[in-house]
Design a binder for this molecule. Structure first.
Ligand code: BGC
Length: 757
C-alpha cells in the first residue's frame, strides 16, 4: 500500500473534508497529527505576489520581480526565453516559500476588450499553448508547481462570476481548449484552476464534463483541480464533478456540507478519498523541494529587461529608429517618468525595483540633450496647457518621443475596457505634436490593442511596449537606441476599429449568457475569412534589419497524417544589423467536410542572425496540424487531400507556399442516420456501397419524375435539389413503387452500414 493510501485510511471523515477546502486565503489545510504539511499558493502569472502573512487576505506583498505580462511574453515568440522566465519565477517562489504559483493563464483573447487580456497570451490557441508549455516546464523544473488557469472559456471579465459562455463543441475544441490541452499533455501542470463562469449553462466548478471527462479521462491530467477564488457554488456537486480543492478558506459550512453528504449517503466517500489523494500527492511533492534562501534580484531584473525588449513590437518605422546622433530629444508624456508596467487585480506585483523610462533613456542618450514635458494628465481630464507645453518642446527638438500609457485602472481583472481608445487628451496631444514635429515616435504602454487610425499617419514610428514589467523602462531605451534589435511580433490582431472585431455583435452577452456566435472564426481566422482590413495583422512586427526567405522545403510531397511533416526554409539576414526573426508556418486545407479558416498557425521558430548570415529554420507539423474537430465523430479527424503550407513573416506576409498531399490513416465510423441526406449517403463509402443499386433505381425514377434532364420545366437543377433531401423523404416521394415502407428501408440500410465494421 502506498504512503498516501495508508494516510487516507488513517484520516477521519472530518480531516478529509477539511483538506478539500483551504485553511486560509493562500494555504491548504494541514493535518498535523499525520504529518501532512500546509502548502502555500500565490499569484501569478508574471511574478510572485506573495503576501507577507499568507494566513491573511489583505497584507502587503513582499517584493518580487515583476516580469512583463503575458501579452509581452507571447510577443517574444521565444519558448526558450519563456522557459527561463518560468525558472526565475520558480527561484523566487523557493526563496519566498511558495509551493505553487497561480499561472499561467491561457484563455483566448476573444475580444480585445477583455480587461484581463494582459494576463493572457494570444488569440491563437497554438501559440498560447506553446507559451504555457514552456512556462510550466520552466517553473516545474525547479520543483515548484503551477496552476493552469482559468479552465475554461473565461474570455471576458464582464459578469465573470455568473455568465454562461455558450460555445458549440467544435469551437470549444478548436479554439478555447487546445492551449489547456497542450499544456496538460506536454507540461503536466501540478494543478488546474477552474474558472468562475458557466460553460454552456454549468459552472466550471461543477462541470463534470470539463473537469473529469475532458481534463482527466481524455487528456490524462494527474494533478488536482483548484477552484478560482470563490468559484464554487455547491461544494458536493463540485467534488462529484472533479473539483478537488476549494479556495480560499476557511469555509466551515463547506466542510460540513461534505461531511453531511457522506454521512447521508448522498456523496460516495470514495469520491472524497480520490480528491484527498490528488491533493496529498501534490502537497507531498511540493514538500520535497527545499524552500528558503534568496534569489538574484539583479539577474532577474536583467532577465525581465531582456524579455521586455524581445516582446516589444515595432509597429511602424519610417527610418527614424534606431535613434542616433540626435542633438535634442523632446521626451513627452507621463509614462516616461511613471512607468506603466502591469495591470490591475490579483496579478499586481510589488516590484523589487522599478526602471524609470526617462532616466534609462538619459543613460543611453549620452550627450544628447533631453527635455521633458508631462503632456497629459494621469486621469481622463483635459488640460490644453499640457499640450501647448509639449508642442513647444517638440518644435525645437530633432525628435519627439511620446510615452503614452492607458489610464492606470483601465485594464484590470474584474471588468472590461469600454473601448479601444487612448484618452481624447492623448489623441489631441499626438496630433498637436506630430503637426510640428515630423520625427515623432509614439511609445505605447498597454496590455491589449488600442486603435490608432486617427493619429498614426502623422507619426514617424510606433513602438508597442506593452505592460513591460519592472525593467521595461530600460528595455524601451534598448530598443529605441538599437541596443536590442526589435523582434517581437503580435500575438493578436490590432483592429482598425472596435466594430470590426469578430465578437462585436456577440459581446458582452445578455440575460446571463454570451453566445460565441463567431464560432471558430476568432482573431485572424475571422479577419482572413471576411477580408476585413486590420491595423496590424497577427504575427506582425518590424525589425531594424531585413530577412530573406529562400529554399522552402517539405520532408515529403505526400505523407500520412500520423507521420506528419517537416518544413524548412533558409532565412538570411540581408541588412546591416544582427537581428532575430520569427518564422511562422500556417496550414491551409484545400477542401474539407466542414468549413475551415483560410489558414491556421501550426508551427513557428525564432532564429538569431548576424548580418549576411543564413540559417535553416525547421518546423515540425504533426497530425493535429492538419486535423479539425468533427463534432459528429466526436474526435479530431484528417481527410485525404491537398494542403498548402504557408511560410511567412506574419499571417499576411506569406513568403512561400508548398502544396502537399495528406493520406488519412483514420478509419472513421459511419455517422449516417435516419435524417441523412442523399448526398451524405453517397459521400459515405459504406453508405454508398449498400445504397448502390437502389441509388441507380432512384436516380432513373427521379429524373423521369422531374422531366428527364430538362431542368427548365421547374427552373432548377433536380439533382442539386434532391441530393440535399433526406433519403427517407425521397423514398416517401417515390412511395408506392418501393417494396416496403421508407422507414423500414432506411433502417435496413443503416443496419447494413453499421454491420460493415
Ligand atoms: C483570480 C485568479 C487568482 C485568484 C487568487 C481570482 O480572483 O481570478 O486568477 O489566481 O483570484 O488571487
Amino acid at each position: 500500500m502506498t504512503k498516501i493510501t495508508n494516510l487516507i485510511k488513517k484520516m477521519s471523515l472530518e480531516e478529509k473534508a477539511a483538506l478539500c477546502t483551504g485553511a486560509g486565503p493562500w494555504t491548504t489545510t494541514p493535518v498535523e497529527r499525520l504529518g501532512v504539511p500546509e502548502m502555500t499558493v500565490t499569484d501569478g502569472p508574471h511574478g510572485v505576489r506573495r503576501v507577507e502573512d499568507v494566513h491573511t487576505f489583505i497584507s502587503t506583498s513582499v517584493p518580487a520581480t515583476c516580469f512583463p505580462t503575458a501579452t509581452c511574453m507571447a510577443s517574444t515568440w521565444d519558448v526558450d526565453l519563456i522557459h527561463k522566465l518560468g525558472q526565475a519565477i520558480a527561484e523566487e517562489c523557493l526563496a519566498l516559500k511558495v509551493d505553487v504559483v497561480l499561472g499561467p493563464g491561457v484563455n483566448m483573447k476573444r475580444t480585445p476588450l477583455c480587461g484581463r487580456n494582459f494576463e493572457y497570451y494570444s488569440e491563437d490557441p497554438y501559440l498560447a499553448g506553446e507559451m504555457a508549455v514552456s512556462f510550466i516546464k520552466g517553473v516545474q523544473s525547479k520543483g515548484v508547481g503551477t496552476s493552469l488557469k482559468h479552465f475554461a472559456a473565461n474570455n471576458q471579465e464582464y459578469q465573470r462570476s455568473t455568465i454562461s459562455s455558450e460555445i458549440d463543441e467544435r469551437t470549444l475544441r478548436e479554439i478555447y481548449l487546445p492551449a489547456f490541452e497542450a499544456a496538460v499533455k506536454k507540461a503536466k501542470p501540478w494543478t488546474v484552476m477552474c474558472s468562475y463562469n458557466k460553460l454552456n449553462g454549468t459552472y466550471a466548478a461543477e462541470n463534470h464534463r470539463l473537469l473529469t471527462e475532458t481534463l482527466r479521462e481524455e487528456w490524462g491530467f494527474e494533478g488536482f483541480v483548484v477552484s478560482d477564488w470563490g468559484a464554487v457554488h455547491d461544494r458536493v456537486d463540485a467534488l462529484e464533478a472533479g473539483l478537488d480543492l476549494e479556495m480560499p478558506g476557511p469555509r466551515e459550512r463547506r466542510v460540513k456540507a461534505v461531511i453531511d453528504a457522506v454521512r447521508s449517503g448522498k456523496l460516495d466517500e470514495s469520491v472524497l478519498d480520490e480528491a484527498v489523494r490528488r491533493i496529498l500527492d501534490i502537497v507531498f511533492k511540493a514538500a520535497e523541494t527545499q524552500k528558503g534562501g534568496s534569489f538574484d534580484i539583479a539577474a532577474h531584473h536583467a532577465l525581465a529587461r531582456r524579455i521586455a525588449a524581445e516582446g516589444m513590437v515595432l509597429l511602424k518605422n519610417n527610418g527614424v529608429l534606431p535613434l542616433k546622433d540626435q542633438k535634442h530629444i523632446a521626451v513627452i508624456g507621463l509614462a516616461a517618468k511613471e512607468a506603466y508596467y502591469q495591470g490591475g487585480g490579483s496579478s499586481h506585483i510589488n516590484p523589487t525595483q522599478l526602471d524609470n523610462p526617462y532616466e534609462e533613456l538619459q543613460e543611453m542618450a549620452g550627450d544628447t540633450e533631453l527635455s521633458y514635458a508631462e503632456g497629459y494628465p494621469s486621469d481622463e481630464s483635459f488640460n490644453q496647457a499640457l499640450i501647448d507645453e509639449a508642442v513647444s518642446h517638440a518644435r525645437s527638438a530633432d525628435v519627439a518621443l511620446l510615452y503614452l500609457s492607458l489610464p492606470a485602472t483601465k485594464e484590470s481583472e474584474g471588468y472590461d475596457r469600454p473601448d479601444l481608445d487612448l484618452t481624447s487628451h492623448q489623441v489631441a496631444l499626438i496630433k498637436a505634436v506630430t503637426a510640428v514635429q515630423p520625427n515623432t515616435i509614439v511609445i505605447l504602454n498597454n496590455g491589449a490593442p488600442v486603435v490608432m487610425s486617427e493619429w498614426i499617419d502623422g507619426t514617424a514610428a510606433v513602438l508597442e511596449a506593452w505592460m513591460m514589467g519592472q525593467a521595461g523602462g530600460g528595455a524601451i531605451a534598448d530598443v529605441l537606441y538599437g541596443k536590442v534589435n526589435p523582434s517581437g511580433k503580435l500575438a493578436e490582431t490590432f483592429p482598425l476599429k472596435l466594430i470590426d472585431t469578430p465578437a462585436y455583435i456577440n459581446y458582452p452577452g445578455e440575460n446571463g449568457a454570451v453566445r460565441y456566435g463567431e464560432g471558430i472564426f476568432m482573431g485572424y481566422r475571422y479577419y482572413d475569412t471576411k477580408e476585413v482590413p486590420t491595423l496590424f495583422p497577427f504575427g506582425y512586427g518590424m525589425s531594424y534589419t531585413t530577412f530573406d526567405y529562400q529554399n522552402p522545403k517539405v520532408s515529403s510531397q505526400t505523407f500520412r497524417d500520423v507521420d506528419g511533416l517537416t518544413v524548412s526554409v533558409d532565412v538570411t539576414n540581408t541588412g546591416k544589423m544582427a537581428g532575430k526573426e520569427v518564422v511562422q508556418v500556417y496550414v491551409q486545407d484545400h477542401k474539407s467536410g466542414l468549413v475551415r479558416p483560410p489558414k491556421e498557425l501550426k508551427g513557428f521558430a525564432k532564429v538569431e542572425l548576424q548580418p549576411g548570415e543564413t540559417k535553416t529554420v525547421t518546423v515540425s507539423l504533426d497530425f493535429r496540424a492538419f486535423a479539425y474537430y468533427h463534432p459528429a465523430y466526436r474526435q479530431w479527424i484528417t481527410e485525404d487531400g491537398e494542403f498548402d503550407i504557408l511560410i511567412g513573416a506574419s499571417s499576411t506576409d506569406i513568403r512561400h507556399t508548398k502544396t502537399v498531399t495528406l493520406h488519412s490513416t483514420l478509419e472513421l465510423p459511419s455517422i449516417l442516420n435516419r435524417e441523412s441526406t442523399l448526398r451524405e449517403w453517397t459521400e459515405d463509402p459504406r453508405g454508398m456501397s449498400v445504397l448502390a443499386s437502389l441509388y441507380q433505381q432512384m436516380n432513373g425514377q427521379m429524373r423521369a419524375n422531374f422531366g428527364g434532364n430538362d431542368s427548365e420545366q421547374i427552373g432548377m437543377d433536380p439533382m442539386g435539389f434532391l441530393m440535399d433531401m433526406p433519403l427517407m423523404d425521397l423514398l416517401h416521394f417515390l412511395g408506392s413503387s418501393m417494396p416496403t415502407s421508407p422507414e423500414k428501408m432506411v433502417d435496413e440500410l443503416l443496419a447494413k452500414v453499421y454491420s460493415i465494421a
